[in-house]
Design a protein around this ligand. Sequence first.
Ligand SMILES: O=P(O)(O)OC[C@H]1O[C@](O)(COP(=O)(O)O)[C@@H](O)[C@@H]1O
Length: 323
Amino acid sequence: MDRELALEIVRATEAAALASSQWMGRGLKNEADDAATSAMRKMFDSVNMNGTVVIGEGELDEAPMLYIGEPLGNKNGPAVDIAVDPLEGTSILSKGYPNALSIIAVADRGTLLHAPDMYMDKIVVGPEAAGLIRLDDPIEKSIDIIAKMANKRVRDVNVIIQERPRHEELIERIRATGARVKLFGDGDVATSIATVLPRTGIDLFIGTGGAPEGVIAAAAIKALGGDMQARLAPSNDDERQRCVKMGLEDPTQLLQLDDLVRGDDAIFAATGVTSGELLDGVRFIGGDQVETDSIIMRAKTGTVRYVKAQHRLNQKPHLVMSE
Ligand SMILES: O=P(O)(O)OC[C@H]1O[C@](O)(COP(=O)(O)O)[C@@H](O)[C@@H]1O
């Protein structure tokens, strides 16, 4: 894959962040999601690639923009799989909460897991504990391993977990070990990736969240040298059938990082929409000037770039929310 592609796709996450951020706090999550999706979709037409959406805004029979199977790019470039979440955290944005992102992951054709839109159990750690953590281990054992590898006392280990009734028992068990629990409302892509970055102080991400979000985050976790294990959590026969249709013979098999993203040629780009664990959100700094913060990573080289950009909305009328 050409490395220039990394800079092309960040333009698309910036556009989606700029368009959707104007809906922040308005309580209208579908409108915000539509703004992000159409802004991102437009940017893809000029990108030099022969892409196919494998994680997107829905399936063909629902016919949304950026549907699974949609061809993207001008065909003058590599054959790639594309995973998009134009607005990760639609409710977050509508309520003005932290951690909303616009995200794209691109990888060689056939290397991203085709994950249906259902729940997935996930565990994520940073490079110190890579290769040592198992999704099926008791949480107490995982916390002990992390404390040893990070050279911390258990009471200084920080575990991040989504605040949901389904996690209540797990939260109690984590607290009983003496470790600290950092709860978040929504946005498990930002929080799982933040676990792999040393500056955040987060040691372990665990819990059940969206499967598409799991695959997208895996591309970044791989580029950052972290580790992840996951398992799809189909809740009925229909969901099990959808897994099989998407190529997973055993829907409940344990998925290693290499099953989520095969090979090492993956690029991940995200732009913050609201400020959170990973990035600052879009800032309206007066007049038509707007600032964005993005992160771009390549698994092949392990290079991580932070891109701060200033935009003039009066020169991008297609991204401006109509009154
Ligand atoms: O809200 P649920 O059903 O617990 O699902 C968890 C999922 O929802 C999110 O918090 C937000 O997803 P949306 O963009 O669909 O609002 C994800 O980050 C997470 O994977």
